[in-house]
Design a binder for this molecule. Sequence first.
Ligand SMILES: Nc1ncnc2c1ncn2[C@@H]1O[C@H](COP(=O)(O)OP(=O)(O)OP(=O)(O)O)[C@@H](O)[C@H]1O
Length: 324
Amino acid sequence: MIEVQDLVKRYGGYLAVDHLSFSAEKGQIYGFLGPNGAGKSTTMNIMTGCLAPTSGTVIVDGMDLQQEPEKVKQRIGYLPELPPLYPEMTVREYLTFAAKLKKVPRLEQLQQVVQAMSKTGLLEEQDHLIRTLSKGYRQRVGLAATLLGNPDVVILDEPTVGLDPRQILEIRDLIRSLREEHVVILSSHILSEVSAVCDYIFILSHGKLVASDTPENLEAQLHAGGALCASVRATPEEMRTLCSTMLPGIPVEISAGARAGQTELRFGAVDDRVTEDFFYACAEAKNPILKLEREKASLEEIFLELTDDHTDAELVLEREEAGA
Ligand SMILES: Nc1ncnc2c1ncn2[C@@H]1O[C@H](COP(=O)(O)OP(=O)(O)OP(=O)(O)O)[C@@H](O)[C@H]1O
């Protein structure tokens, strides 16, 4: 439905988007995740035809954005981070105005405005001035405007920024309801946001796509390389001797367990061979293993590892109570 091929954007000598390729299909919600400055907004601006790429192509429904910009733009609905609303208009007036701007045929305008208000839960507020609406409802108006013209692709830039937890949940539900009829792509620098709504995640770092998969698969990928933790019936001294003789050179933290006669061990990201060697070494030494498991890498850890941008960790790990 939308295909981005080898996209590059340079600002002077600075490479903001670095040979980015991906595709997105209807029925799924895609999330662009990356720390500030990763290139999310630049990519979205190119996809919506607001910004020209240095090179590369964007194909929507088989049409090239650069060859047929008007036709392609009609198929894309874009909700910028700060939607341009007119506070002195009522919801209905604004949406009718937006429908005209989007060149929705005159006879279809009323029907489309009503449909967009219905989809976004705005029918009761249609005669309210936009300036009297809460931030969450204003965001609904922005979303309703995005849906006018029935775009195949809906692109949302940080759609829940600045909303309170209840409003976040409501907007997320609305976004989820769009997946039946549109390809939905949203951007966020907040991991919980993307994993709560998206079926598929693109992780961007320094303009590059560093990972793309379902949230579950991304977790599973790193799960395999997570730390190996064990609890063994032995003294720390016995385990130190065992590890240095049977697993030489493998870094391990050894500490006394919570119960007398138990020792806790934590190996770094080791492969399955080390797990097996450790198992047989304990069996041979007759030190029963009470627990042996891989620590589960969280999406947060995956994100930090892939983007290698710890300065943004706090932002990324930001969690709204209701949404986390
Ligand atoms: N008009 C511009 N001129 C020069 N550099 C720019 C311009 N716009 C963006 N950049 C730079 O390109 C990089 C990518 O910016 P972009 O806004 O796309 O990132 P982002 O992932 O959307 O981040 P944020 O969440 O902060 O908006 C950043 O380093 C930014 O400073």
